[in-house]
Design a protein around this ligand. Structure first.
Ligand code: AMP
Length: 142
C-alpha cells in the first residue's frame, strides 16, 4: 500500500498553511467548503488523523468520522433547502481520488438538477464564505 504523504493539500489545510472556508471542527474532525463544488453547499469532511483514504484508515477514526458526516449532511440539507444529500468518497486515483488525505464529500442534491463535474470550476471565495456561514448557522440551530 502506498504510504501517506503529508505534503498533500488537505494536510496543509489541516496544519493551517493554506486557507479554507471551515464550517466545523472538533478534536478529531474538520469540515470545509469544496473549492470546486459540484452543487452549492458541497463540503468535505476530514479526520485530522493521517490516512490516504478509507483503505488505510484506522477503524476507530472511521467510527468518529461518520457521525460528523451525518451532522453536516443534515445541516447542508437544511441550509441549502436540498431535496437530498449525496455522500461520496473515492479510494485511489483509478476510483477518482485526487487528494490523498481521507475525506468525505457532502453534496446537496435537487430534483431534476444534474451534478456539476468533479473538480470542475473554481467557486468565488465570497460565495464559499457565504455558504460556509449558512452551514454554520444551520449547525448552530441544531
Ligand atoms: P477527490 O480526492 O477526488 O475526492 O476530490 C478532492 C476534492 O477536493 C475535489 O472535489 C476538489 O474540488 C477539492 N479541492 C481541491 N483543492 C481544494 C482546496 N484547496 N480546498 C478545498 N477543496 C479542494
Amino acid at each position: 500500500m502506498t504510504a501517506y504523504d503529508d505534503g498533500n493539500i488537505f494536510a496543509k489545510i489541516l496544519r493551517g498553511e493554506i486557507p479554507s472556508h471551515r464550517v466545523y471542527e472538533d478534536d478529531d474532525t474538520v469540515a470545509f467548503m469544496d473549492v470546486m463544488p459540484q452543487s452549492p453547499g458541497h463540503l468535505l469532511v476530514l479526520p485530522k488523523a493521517p490516512s490516504r483514504n478509507l483503505l488505510d484508515a484506522d477503524p476507530a477514526v472511521l467510527a468518529k468520522l461518520l457521525p460528523v458526516v451525518q451532522k453536516l449532511a443534515r445541516a447542508a440539507k437544511t441550509a441549502f433547502e436540498a431535496d437530498g444529500v449525496f455522500i461520496a468518497q473515492f479510494n485511489e486515483a483509478p476510483a477518482g481520488q485526487t487528494v490523498f488525505h481521507l475525506h468525505v464529500h457532502v453534496i446537496p442534491r435537487y430534483d431534476g438538477i444534474a451534478l456539476a463535474p468533479h473538480s470542475g470550476t473554481m467557486e468565488k471565495p465570497d460565495v464559499l464564505a457565504e455558504q460556509a456561514a449558512k452551514l454554520k448557522a444551520a449547525l448552530a440551530a441544531g
